[in-house]
Design a protein around this ligand. Structure first.
Ligand code: FNR
Length: 347
């Protein structure tokens, strides 16, 4: 069995049941969370033969920064429940694989502590109703050395999780969540997600931070175009790991439409959701993504192997991608093209 496929079961042994469920679950009926992986596996390849694949490379750049592997780590919460060193362990593991991490605005580590490690990181932000909360947070992230801001736009309200019994919220300890928002200063209403955002939020964030803005949670070509027109440096095709509107299209299905809408622009396209194998990354890059993000696999790897586990996850996925590049007859990940992929016959 592949090491990556052993991770979730091993993590489940180590984590409280409610935490394992929180990491794994989708919203509502779990349709989108349940079909994400299979949607990638539905693509079929049209490999080229008789090409020189003696040297292959998965390396690329994201927003101008070099990465050894086009596999970044998606923002997620509760890292301290997976490893006592939380986000610092996760970020250090990603850095050792020469990739980049998105740090959740709900993180259990202060941006100053993260910045002190010197590893590269991108801030993920939700804009909340009290804009001064968001302002304070992005200012602290800039001071902590964030290199980009990922604005999550698929969460005008938080997706409903159908939990019964003990939940992660019963177990969370002070400091494990929202370390960048000191308690007692804000009301729940201040912290509720802003549900009246428009594309102007992109320019506002870019101006406030001086950083490239990456819009996360785009599933349609027309929305991708609106983001690009409003100044987005990149979009992430994402349905939030199936944790927002259940039944949202799989990202494997949405990616070609978004890539087509942004063809010929300088706005980069990334994708997340259900990416678990080299073949999934191969399909994503061929269909127009510059890089992919992984969410849950990184949480399992952090739980099982700490920082070194996260490094191994990314390097293993990179090795699988290089193997696939050889088999498909394309030496450079950056040179993959849509003609190398088709839908399976039964679609
Ligand atoms: C998330 N995700 C997420 N996204 C975001 O923008 N801000 C956040 O705080 C979180 N928190 C979060 C917690 C947990 C436990 C999970 C599993 C996910 C979504 C995440 O960034 C990403 O979109 C998905 O996880 C990608 O799907 P896979 O790789 O988990 O299938």
């Amino acid at each position: 069995m592949r090491w990556i496929d052993t991770l979730e079961a091993e993590a489940a042994e180590k984590l409280p049941e409610a935490v394992h469920r929180y990491f794994r679950q989708g919203s509502a009926g779990g349709v989108s969370a349940g079909e994400a992986v299979a949607a990638w596996s539905a693509y079929r390849f049209r490999p080229r033969v008789l090409t020189d694949v003696s040297t292959v490379t998965a390396a690329t750049t994201v927003l101008g920064t070099s990465v050894d592997v086009p596999v970044l780590v998606a923002p997620s919460t509760m890292h301290r429940m997976a490893d006592p060193d939380g986000e610092v362990a996760m970020a250090s593991g990603v850095d050792a694989a020469k990739s980049i991490i998105g740090i959740s605005s709900n993180a259990g580590t202060t941006f100053a502590d993260l910045g002190a490690t010197g590893v590269p990181w991108w801030l993920q932000i939700y804009i909340v109703r009290n804009r001064s909360v968001t302002e304070r947070m992005v200012d602290a992230a800039v001071a902590g050395g964030a290199q980009a801001v990922v604005l999550t736009v698929d969460t005008p309200v938080v997706g409903r999780k159908e939990d019964t019994g003990e939940t992660v919220w019963d177990l969370v300890q002070p400091g494990q969540l929202l370390a960048n928002l000191p308690d007692g200063e804000w009301t729940d209403d201040d912290l509720a997600k802003a549900d009246d955002l428009g594309p102007k939020a992109i320019g506002w964030l870019a101006e406030r931070t001086g950083l490239p803005v990456v819009v996360k949670g785009v599933l349609r070509g027309d929305d991708a175009k609106r983001c690009a027109d409003a100044g987005a440096a990149a979009v992430i095709v994402s349905n939030h790991g199936g944790r927002q509107l259940d039944g949202s299209v799989p990202t494997a299905q949405a990616l070609p439409e978004v890539a087509e809408a942004l063809a010929g622009t300088s706005t980069e396209v990334y994708v997340d959701g259900g990416i678990r194998r080299g073949e999934h990354i191969l399909a994503a890059l061929a269909l127009g993504a510059r890089a992919v993000f992984v969410g849950r696999p990184a949480l399992w790897a952090l739980t099982v192997g700490g920082s070194a586990g996260v490094t191994r996850l990314i390097t293993d996925l990179g090795s699988e991608l290089e193997h696939c590049l050889r088999l498909i007859g394309c030496p450079r990940a950056d040179d993959l093209t849509p003609d190398l992929v088709t839908k399976r016959l039964t679609d």
